[in-house]
Write a protein that binds this ligand. Structure first.
Ligand SMILES: [Fe+2]
Ligand SMILES: [Fe+2]
Length: 159
C-alpha cells in the first residue's frame, strides 16, 4: 500500500527516536547490572525491549507502506553516570518521543491515514506508561532518599 504524504518520513523519525532509546536504555540497564542493582537492571532492560518491539512494528509498517526504514540514523545516546541522572535522561527521551509521536498522530489525521494513526496512538500509551514509571522512581527517591531507594534495587525481583 502506498503511503500518504509525509507518513514515511514521520515513521522514520519515530524509528530514529526508538533506535536511540533502545541503545540508551540498554546501556543504562547494563550499568545498573554492573552496580549490582538487579531489580532496576531488569526494569530498565524491559523498557529497552519495549522500544525494540516498537521499532519492529515501525519497520514492518514502513515496509508495508512501501517505504524504506532508515536504520542508519541515530540520535544522541545520553548516558547518565548515576541512577538519578539515568532516570532524568530517560525521562527526557520519553518526553521527546511523546512530542514526535503526537506530531505524527496530528499529521496522520490531516492526511487521513487512520491505520498509522491508530498504531501511533497505541505507542503514546506505552510512552505514557514509561513516563509514569520513571516519574514514580524520581518521586520515590525524593521521598525515601537515594540510599534507601538504591538498597531496595539490590534485591532480586520478587524478594
Ligand atoms: Fe517506543
Ligand atoms: Fe518508551
Amino acid at each position: 500500500m502506498k503511503a500518504k504524504e509525509g507518513v514515511i518520513d514521520l515513521l522514520n523519525k519515530v524509528l530514529t527516536a526508538d533506535l536511540t532509546a533502545i541503545n540508551q536504555y540498554f546501556v543504562h540497564a547494563k550499568m545498573c547490572d554492573n552496580w549490582g542493582y538487579d531489580r532496576l537492571h531488569q526494569k530498565v532492560r524491559e523498557r529497552s525491549l519495549d522500544e525494540m518491539k516498537d521499532a519492529e512494528e515501525l519497520i514492518e509498517h514502513i515496509l508495508y507502506l512501501e517505504g524504506v526504514p532508515n536504520m542508519q540514523r541515530l540520535g544522541t545516546v545520553n548516558v547518565g553516570e548515576t541512577v538519578p541522572e539515568q532516570l532524568k535522561l530517560d525521562l527526557k527521551s520519553e518526553q521527546e518521543m511523546l512530542r514526535i509521536v503526537s506530531e505524527g498522530v496530528a499529521h496522520c489525521t490531516k492526511v487521513g491515514d487512520f491505520t498509522t494513526r491508530h498504531m501511533l496512538e497505541d505507542m503514546v500509551k506505552d510512552v505514557d506508561k514509561h513516563i509514569d514509571w520513571i516519574e514514580t522512581q524520581l518521586e520515590t527517591i525524593k521521598q525515601v532518599g537515594l540510599e534507601n531507594y538504591l538498597s531496595e534495587q539490590i534485591k532480586k525481583e520478587g524478594s
